[in-house]
Design a binder for this molecule. Sequence first.
Ligand code: NAP
Length: 287
Amino acid sequence: MIERLAIIGVGLIGSSLSLALKQAGAVGQVVGYGRNRRNLEKGIELGVIDRFEASIAECVADADVIVVAVPLGAMQPVFAELKSNIKETAVITDVGSSKASVVAAAAAELGDDFPRFVPGHPIAGTEQSGVEAGFASLYQNRRVILTPLQQTAADAVEIVDQMWRHSGAILEYLSVEHHDKVLAATSHLPHMLAYALVHHLSHLNDHDEIFRYAAGGFRDFTRIASSDPVMWRDVCLSNGDALVVLIEQYQRELDRIAVAIRDNNADELLKLFGRAKTERDSLIGNC
Ligand code: NAP
């Protein structure tokens, strides 16, 4: 049971965690911080937080666990502000979609408290943002990856591990580098493809017609292009090296398809599509 939980950034990810922990009876009081007072008032109205504070320092005072759930680009200033007022036994964790940049920011700002920081990333979300988008079942049977370092305190890892288990999640452990490489391929690259596709089609002359006749497959594939632009700008800037390599490899794959089509190379197209179908069916199933 976490007596007092501080959530910095009461949006989709932070509020869903709070709702899940409240539903599980795994948290006492939840205190929120954000820049927009309306969002925080809404958070109280929806039962996401019990109260909010006007500064990060006040929000984290006496907190047992502090969850930093702001966009990646805002992590470092948040760490800088919270360190002045945390109690010795407090545990700090984050939910950022890439890990190396967050670990570097925490290492730069937290000083002696760095071993109390447990980097984390829930592999769950929607294309919606803000407190009203949160819901208690978001993490049910979804993976949460923790990437503790050698110097991370074992008791801090255990507390964060238990917190996520109470929210319904399945815990996995990866190194920071491995996490960023895997997530660049499974999450970050697909978002780039969706953004690029919608952006590209919206610039064609007859784009109204194209979107009018968009069928289910197009909607499914492009749903993630409705995600928050600030969040995805920050993901690109913080995991850029891994992502650019994948984008370049993907471009070569598209070139290969274009050449096969131009050459009327039916065998090549069949081979490529057949292999992709087999791989997807065996890895993901018919979902
Ligand atoms: P969100 O719904 O937009 O929530 C972010 C919250 O952070 C907002 O409520 C915002 O409130 C606050 N915030 C923004 N900038 C801030 C700043 N400079 N200082 C303090 N508070 C700030 O976003 P989210 O989807 O929950 O994403 C939060 C984090 O989770 C990101 O790091 C993202 O990488 C990670 N994540 C997202 C997903 C997903 O699918 N969405 C999945 C896994 C992980 P105010 O505007 O009121 O300050």
